[in-house]
Design a protein around this ligand. Structure first.
Ligand code: PEP
Ligand code: MN
Length: 348
């Protein structure tokens, strides 16, 4: 249920509505829009009489959200959600590019890649310190040491950091190092983890599960948002189909459809979406043309020696060639490519 306040409603009137929602045992989520405020009411609302709210001062109308995801739905929040991380603005007219290795492998590898992607104009460095691997015998990541290497790269090159968190217990530690928490495709229905990231105030990149529908992705976003963390980005990274020539089937449909269903930014991952470096540039451009708000791309200085996901990693020079093409496609769809230096690099 959505309680729509009148355009000129006062803070006191909004406060009274919030208090009344709590009294009936539901949870209020006020959404302060440009034109007006709405209060999304989530939780058990079946027995709640709408008249209770309709008669309160400042209330204009009450509507029902048809979708099972409430806070994530475009119905509850017609304006696009804008996520600000220092000077980076995700979800507005600017396209934001996150790039880096699949896994943090060594200090040299992270610093070399960070330098290269920064030079090419990326703003956010990716790299997994905790790796969700299909086999328990595969490299599982450098853990805390990997986070420290990312932090060093951040300071040295003035980048922001996105890295995966795999367990609820690790959330506080990873949140100390990361500017954005990545939730991987294999963890999209790890409800303990969704609750845990819902309780921290760090933006979250939520990757679509390889067998998740768009609705399931949005329901996972709803878990995070209902915990109080509204800074969620949805990530299309390919789904599993019968096709064998690509690792996953990059579902470009998801980009415009998620943008219609939800107000949350949509980020595309053509690296996992295709699984092959030679298809990454085309699909990166296609995702921007389709309306994605940003890209996350795997880049490795020596893909053939990469510990994970070498076959889908771009060499730094190919990534550098791609960036001006992303800029041109962005401009063709009335967007711009954001390459502003946001953090002041610390001299080495
Ligand atoms: C990754 O980003 O390296 C990764 C493991 O992605 P996904 O969860 O989409 O497979
Ligand atoms: Mn990877």
């Amino acid at each position: 249920m959505i309680i729509v306040m009148k355009p000129n409603s006062t803070a006191a009137e909004i406060g009274a509505v919030i208090a009344r929602v709590q009294e009936v045992g539901a949870t209020p989520h006020p959404i302060y829009g440009v034109e007006r405020t709405v209060v999304a009411v989530v939780g058990e609302t079946r027995g709640v009489d709408r008249e209770v709210f309709l008669n309160l001062p400042g209330v204009e109308t009450i509507t029902t959200i048809g979708a099972p995801y409430k806070l994530a739905s475009r119905e509850s929040h017609p304006d696009d959600t804008i996520i600000r991380i220092d000077n980076i603005v995700i979800g507005g007219p600017e396209i934001v590019v996150m790039a880096g290795p699949c896994s943090v492998e060594s200090r040299e590898q992270v610093l070399e890649t960070a330098h290269a992607v920064k030079e090419a104009g990326a703003q956010i460095l990716r790299g997994g310190a905790f790796k969700p691997r299909t086999s328990p015998y595969s490299f599982q990541g450098l853990g805390l040491k990997g986070l420290e290497m990312l932090a060093e790269a951040r300071e040295r090159y003035g980048l922001h950091i996105i890295t995966e968190v795999m367990t609820p217990e690790a959330v506080p530690m990873v949140a100390e190092y990361a500017d954005i928490l990545q939730l991987g495709a294999r963890n999209i229905q790890n409800y303990g983890l969704l609750h845990a990231v819902g309780r921290v105030q760090r933006p979250v990149l939520l990757k679509r599960g390889m067998m998740s529908s768009m609705e399931e992705l949005l329901m996972s976003a709803e878990y995070i948002m209902s915990g109080g963390n509204y800074r969620v980005m949805l990530c299309e990274r390919g789904i599993r189909t019968f096709e064998k020539y690509t690792r996953n089937t990059f579902d470009l449909n998801a980009v415009p459809v998620l943008k219609q269903l939800s107000h949350l930014p949509v980020i595309a991952d053509p690296s996992h979406g295709t699984g092959r470096w030679d298809a990454v540039p085309a699909m990166a451009l296609a995702a921007i043309a389709a309306g994605a708000d940003g890209l996350i791309i795997e880049v490795h200085p020596h893909p053939s020696a990469a510990i994970s996901d070498g076959p889908q990693s771009l060499k730094p020079e190919r990534f550098a060639e791609l960036m001006p093409r992303i800029k041109r496609v962005a401009e063709a769809v009335d967007r711009t490519l954001s390459t502003v230096a946001n953090r002041q690099p610390v001299p080495a």
